[in-house]
Design a protein around this ligand. Structure first.
Ligand code: SF4
Length: 369
C-alpha cells in the first residue's frame, strides 16, 4: 500500500552467548564463531541495501541495533553491518543510532570501533549489580564485568543507557537501590527499569511451577518501581515513560517513535515493521500480518500509547481523534474521575496511579475503537 516514510529502523541480531533463565525473546544461543551468524549478518546487509534502493531509508531519524546481543556477533560482523548502513542511509550525528551490548562481549576496543562507524548511543544489558541476583536470572556476566563495560562505553560514548530489572524474588529493595546508585555514579545517562515477568516455557517458569522459585509478588514489584523512581529522581533523572528515566536531553528518540505512532521498518528475524498511511496501519513480522488497524483503531492506539509517556497526549490529538472516536473526550473525563489521568495546560497525562493500574488505563482508551 502507499505509505508514509519510515522514521525509525530496527535491525535484529538474534544471537546470545547463552540464554538467560527468564528469556523469551527471539534469540538463540550460538558461539560467536558460528558460521550461521556470518550468513545471517550477510543477509541483513543485503536487506539493508534492498531497503535503501527501494527508497525506504530516506527519512529514517533513528536506528536501533537490538537483540539478542548485538555485541556477541563480534566487531568484524558489526563493522560490515554498520558500514552497509552508512552506505545506505544518512547516518549523521543527528540520527540517533543505538546499539545494544552485553557486558561479557563489550570492551573499549568495540566501543571505539562502533563509535567510529556511526553508533552514538549505547544500551547495556546490566539488569543488576548484585551477583546473587544475576545468578538467579542466569546472566552470563557478573557485576564487575558490568561496571567494566560501562567504563569501556564511557571512553567513547556520552549517551549510555542501562537496563535494570526489579521485583525479582530474592532481590531486596536495598539491592535494587544499590544497583541504581552505582549505575548513576558510573555515568549512566538513561535507565530503563522493568519488573521481572516470568514467561511460560522459560527455565525460570519451570522452576516456579515446581515450587523452586517463588512467583513475583505484584505489590513488591510496585514497591520496587516506586523506590527506583525516588532514587533516580533524586539523582536528576526524569521519568519520561512508565519504565524509562533519563537525564535532560538523553531520552531515547527511537523508543519515543514507537510510542508516538511513527512508522518503523524492522529488518531481521522476528523484527516487526509498522507501515501506515492516514487510513490504515499494519504490523508485519516475518511476513505475517500481526495487526491491521483502520483509522479508528489507529487513533485509539495512539491515545493508548501516549499514556505510556509522562507527557501524555496533546489536546490537539484528542480533538483530531474525536472526529472518528466521538467518545474520546468522555473517556478522558472518566479516567480523570478515577484518578488515572490528569489535565495539564495542553495535554492529558497519566498519573502515578494510572501507571500502577496500566491495564485499566490503556484498556479504556484502546476500547474506544
Ligand atoms: S541477553 Fe537478552 S536476549 Fe540474550 S538470552 Fe539474555 S535476556 Fe535473552
Amino acid at each position: 500500500m502507499p505509505h508514509d516514510p519510515y522514521k525509525a529502523l530496527y535491525v535484529h541480531l538474534p544471537f546470545c552467548v547463552r540464554r538467560c533463565r527468564y528469556c523469551d525473546f527471539a534469540t538463540e544461543a550460538a558461539p560467536s564463531d558460528n558460521p550461521a551468524i556470518e550468513r545471517y549478518v550477510e543477509d541483513l546487509c543485503l536487506q539493508v541495501r534492498r531497503a535503501s534502493k527501494e527508497g525506504e531509508l530516506g527519512a529514517v531519524e533513528t536506528v536501533y541495533l537490538g537483540g539478542g546481543t548485538p555485541s556477541h556477533v563480534g566487531i568484524s560482523r558489526l563493522s560490515m553491518l554498520l558500514y552497509t548502513l552508512s552506505l545506505s542511509m544518512r547516518l549523521e550525528p543527528d540520527v540517533e543510532c543505538t546499539m545494544e551490548a552485553n557486558p561479557e562481549s563489550f570492551d573499549a576496543r568495540m566501543a571505539a570501533d562502533i563509535w567510529a562507524l556511526g553508533v552514538n548511543r549505547l544500551s547495556l544489558g546490566v539488569q543488576s549489580l548484585d551477583d546473587e541476583v544475576l545468578g538467579i536470572l542466569g546472566r552470563p556476566h557478573d557485576a564487575q564485568a558490568a561496571l567494566a563495560a560501562i567504563a569501556a562505553a564511557g571512553t567513547r560514548f556520552d549517551n549510555v543507557s542501562v537496563d535494570v530489572m526489579c521485583g525479582i524474588p530474592g532481590q531486596s529493595v536495598a539491592s535494587l537501590a544499590d544497583t541504581l546508585q552505582r549505575l548513576v555514579d558510573a555515568g549512566a545517562k538513561h535507565v530503563s527499569v522493568y519488573p521481572l515477568a516470568v514467561e511460560e516455557g522459560t527455565p525460570l517458569y519451570r522452576d516456579m511451577m515446581r515450587g523452586r522459585f517463588p512467583e513475583p509478588d505484584e505489590d513488591e514489584q510496585a514497591e520496587a518501581m516506586v523506590a527506583a523512581k525516588e532514587l533516580l529522581e533524586r539523582a536528576g533523572f526524569h521519568r519520561y515513560e512508565v519504565a524509562s528515566y533519563a537525564l535532560e536531553g538523553f531520552e531515547c528518540r527511537h523508543n519515543k517513535a514507537y510510542w508516538t505512532g511513527k512508522p518503523y521498518l524492522g529488518i531481521g528475524r522476528s523484527a516487526a515493521t509498522m507501515t501506515q498511511n492516514d487510513q490504515r496501519r499494519m504490523r508485519v513480522t516475518d511476513g505475517q500480518v500481526t495487526d491491521d488497524l483502520d483509522r479508528r483503531q489507529m487513533y485509539a492506539e495512539d491515545l493508548m500509547l501516549g499514556m505510556r509517556m509522562s507527557e501524555g497526549v496533546a489536546f490537539e490529538l484528542v480533538e483530531e481523534a474525536s472526529s472518528v472516536l466521538p467518545d474520546a473526550k468522555q473517556a478522558f473525563a472518566r479516567l480523570i474521575e478515577l484518578g488515572l489521568v490528569e489535565r495539564t495546560e495542553r495535554s492529558y497525562r497519566p498519573t502515578e496511579q494510572g501507571w500502577l493500574q496500566g491495564n485499566e488505563l490503556y484498556g479504556a482508551l484502546f476500547d474506544l475503537a
